[in-house]
Design a binder for this molecule. Sequence first.
Ligand code: ADP
Ligand code: MG
Length: 285
Amino acid sequence: MSQVTALVTKLSDLVENARLDPDQLTQVILNLTVNARDAMPEGGILHLETSTVDLDDAYIQEHPTVQPGRYVMLAVSDTRVGMDKSILPRIFDPFFTTKDVGKGTGLGLAIVYGIVKQSGGYVWVHSEPGHGTTFKIYFPVTTTAPEAPIPRNETASRPSGQTVLVVEDEAMIRGNVRLCLEQLGYHVMEAANGDAALRICQMNSHVDLVPTDLVMPGMGGHELAVEVGRLYPNVRMLFMPGYTEDSAARRDILMQGGPFLQKPFSVADLSNAVHQVLALPMRRP
Ligand SMILES: Nc1ncnc2c1ncn2[C@@H]1O[C@H](COP(=O)(O)OP(=O)(O)O)[C@@H](O)[C@H]1O
Ligand SMILES: [Mg+2]
């Protein structure tokens, strides 16, 4: 059984402000701490640390992709299994897992990566097999005053309460997209083609977004978009064309300025696209 024998925190009192969605930050901490727990089957120590740091010229020399500046640093460390160097390049890939079927989804770190990138931050990992792993995340410090917290309700721009209807005939892709979106906090429904999707819209007045494949047996994505636009003008569409699908279909979407996400995509791409489309103003007032 995995367990944390002790939790050691070193949290700075003077940590500065970073612009983050509190739910997304919770996701980050949860995914990292669950991994740390899984990495300590015989028990071990979980360390959480925060501080504000300057990533200066010397640091940039070693990490040329980093923007110099002040960052809020969050570190999550464990003291056990660690990772072999060979897997490090893949750990942030969606669906990469070394855990048994049913134990790991391989989505935790992909979601962490997506959220960190969305916030303009960086994530580094340091790991020693048998001695443990440290994940360090840097969020850019913001000097603008914190916004008043938005009252929590169905229409606030956070995932919870927003409903996404995933339309895709390939069950594997549909299931994966569903898992990702659920982990990101959306309420998710599924349909295997346009006809099924319309029936679901009819029964649920609360669909906010419909990411859809283009070519499906029965009603395809284009026809679905036309019908949804006609019947449910407040529902937003996101096309997910496959790379094998004909480029004329893709050109049509581009010409109409419709948002689309080319398959295959990463969890970060999906998270960004869904977030952005949901933030768009309604097509009709
Ligand atoms: N703290 C850790 N210690 C050792 N290995 C880790 C740690 N965190 C992540 N990993 C490795 O990275 C993989 C991917 O992690 P993640 O994306 O969270 O998916 P999952 O936890 O579902 O496997 C894990 O399967 C594991 O091999
Ligand atoms: Mg995990």
